[in-house]
Design a protein around this ligand. Structure first.
Ligand code: G1P
Length: 276
């Protein structure tokens, strides 16, 4: 079944400057855990244990986070502080981590294409860690999508209804409603103007992709903002076969924006950190 998950993490995080001048935005902590670790935990929960990162310059802290820090660990061994390492030790025990670099920023589609060697010929998950998805005691969003994949065997995108003033920030789908919360995609537009948007159903940063996406991406010309867009490649897949869009159950925070990040921090502090 699906065992692999790709994390494109090469982006600059300009909205968080100066914090992200020398620190990857994915390492910003939501309370006490880096954003990217939440995404990796969600992938592991879904059984996606082979985790690949497409990184870039200045992102070494991410690789270090998923590796042992002997000096620190020796220092706090046997003390009560060791408990703070529990979650990352658990992640490192369950997951296998690989890294590759994207040398030029040519868009999400190009980043995914850079992950080809890590993902190989199998279907795989994609997590955009800026989108923090929390589901409480329920199944995580990727686990929900893996279950759907078993049924449909085609690429799946996570979607959410968004207000009109937000639509131009997302990929937006149109589709035939199969049942509550599930659509077969017929159209997809990357960051449309409100008047060109085919619906208010926006793509959120969780995907299951079938491996033919790589061929499609290779033949996808640059689109919106001159970048190779995953949304365009998915539309090709939808036209040639099938792509499903799934309105997931759970909360999503846009941690790529300061407001969303603060919202996530407050939510995690109130509902997870202090509740533990
Ligand atoms: C990317 C995708 C977009 C999607 C969004 C979700 O855009 O290109 O289709 O809706 O992630 O967060 P980005 O936010 O990276 O510009």
């Amino acid at each position: 079944m699906i065992k692999k998950c790709l994390f494109p993490v090469a982006g600059y995080g300009t909205r968080f400057l100066p914090a992200t001048k020398s620190m990857p935005k994915e390492m910003l902590p939501v309370v006490n855990k880096p954003l990217v670790q939440y995404g990796v935990e969600e992938a592991l929960e879904a059984g996606l244990t082979e985790v690949g990162f497409v990184t870039g310059r200045g992102k070494r802290a991410i690789a270090d986070h998923f590796d042992v820090n002997y000096e620190l660990e020796k220092e706090i061994e046997g003390s009560s502080k060791e408990q703070y390492l529990e979650s990352i030790r658990d992640v490192m025990e369950k997951g296998k981590f690989s890294f590759t670099r994207q040398t030029e920023m040519r868009g999400l589609g190009d980043a995914i294409l850079n992950g080809r060697r890590l993902m190989g010929d199998d279907p795989f998950g994609v997590v955009l860690s800026d989108d923090l998805c929390l589901t409480g005691d329920d199944e995580g969003v990727l686990a929900q999508m893996v279950r759907l994949y078993k049924q449909f065997r085609c690429s799946i995108v996570a979607i959410q209804e968004v207000p009109e003033d937000q639509i131009s920030k997302f990929g937006v789908i149109a589709g035939e409603k199969m049942k509550e919360g599930l659509y077969q995609v017929s159209d997809m537009v990357e960051k449309p103007k409100l008047e060109d948007a085919p619906s208010n159903l926006a793509i959120i940063g969780r995907y299951i992709l079938t491996p033919d996406i790589f061929e499609v991406l290779e033949n996808t010309p640059p689109g919106k903002n001159g970048e190779v867009q995953l949304t365009d490649a998915l539309l090709t897949q939808a036209k040639n076969g099938c792509v499903m869009a799934y309105q997931f159950k759970g909360k999503r925070f846009d941690c790529g924006s300061v407001e969303g990040f603060v919202g996530a921090t407050n939510y995690v502090y109130d509902n997870i950190y202090t509740a533990d």
